[in-house]
Design a protein around this ligand. Structure first.
Ligand SMILES: Cc1cc2nc3c(=O)[nH]c(=O)nc-3n(C[C@H](O)[C@H](O)[C@H](O)COP(=O)(O)OP(=O)(O)OC[C@H]3O[C@@H](n4cnc5c(N)ncnc54)[C@H](O)[C@@H]3O)c2cc1C
Length: 199
């Protein structure tokens, strides 16, 4: 079975933003070396329906489809992120020994798992998750997972994006995914960590 440091379920704004920040830690310290990150995505991001005029840093009039393609390409730049098509149906185990199962029969081992599957429903079999009505959605019937202040459900199991209850905007979803990545990197580095580059 392939083993990763982080498996991210969901490759929308939040999942890809998380992967991008994790990937960008390459070369930033001993603790970052040799890390591998996997995004498993079923390809139905809400962004695919969007026309973006109000996302900080993205030119007005950019389609969500184009923004998603650009974000995917950016996350792949560091060579330590893989993105596969699939639908996560079950997460077993605990920190350092999670197994993530997909509907098509694949399984991946991981130290850490991030759930970032959006707010339409959450049907995967994952021990410890509590699914409740979304706290910040303008539409009825949307869901979120209750998280601890550090975005975990339990040790090593994180939730990001609108599934974690943030408002359904690109920037909040991206920020949530990025925050989860910084928390993971801080755990590995043993101190509060962000990833910055200088001119
Ligand atoms: C019509 C429309 C217009 C919008 N316009 C704007 C706008 O102008 N400005 C703005 O800021 N925001 C806008 N948004 C909101 C923005 O698209 C969302 O806030 C953002 O996409 C949320 O990111 P996310 O990663 O949390 O969820 P998503 O981007 O929805 O990503 C979730 C991903 O998880 C995948 N997934 C689901 N279940 C599984 C599973 N079991 N296994 C693996 N993968 C799974 C899905 O296929 C999807 O790719 C718009 C949304 C819509 C619908």
């Amino acid at each position: 079975m392939e083993r990763y440091d982080v498996v991210i379920a969901g490759g929308g704004v939040a999942g890809l933003s998380c992967a991008l920040t994790l990937g960008s830690s390459k070369g930033k310290g001993q603790w970052a070396e040799g890390r591998r990150f996997l995004v498993i995505d079923s390809g139905k991001s809400d962004l695919l329906k969007a026309m973006l005029n109000n996302v900080p840093g993205i030119p007005a009039g950019t389609t969500g489809k184009k923004a998603l393609e650009d974000l995917k390409a950016q996350a792949l730049v560091y060579g330590n992120v893989e993105i596969v098509k699939g639908s996560v149906k079950k997460v077993e185990g605990a920190k350092s020994a999670f197994t993530v199962h997909t509907e098509d029969g694949n399984a991946y081992e991981s130290e850490i798992v991030v759930l970032a599957t959006g707010f339409h429903s959450f049907d995967a079999d994952v021990a410890g998750v509590r699914v409740v009505p979304h706290a910040n959605s303008p539409k009825e019937g949307r869901v979120m997972i209750v998280v601890n202040p550090d975005d975990t459900v339990r040790e090593g199991l994180y939730v990001a994006g609108i599934l974690a209850g943030v408002s359904t905007m690109y920037a909040t979803a991206a920020g949530s995914g990025t925050q989860v990545a910084c928390s993971i990197l801080s755990g590995w580095a043993g101190k509060k960590t962000v990833v910055h580059d200088r001119v």
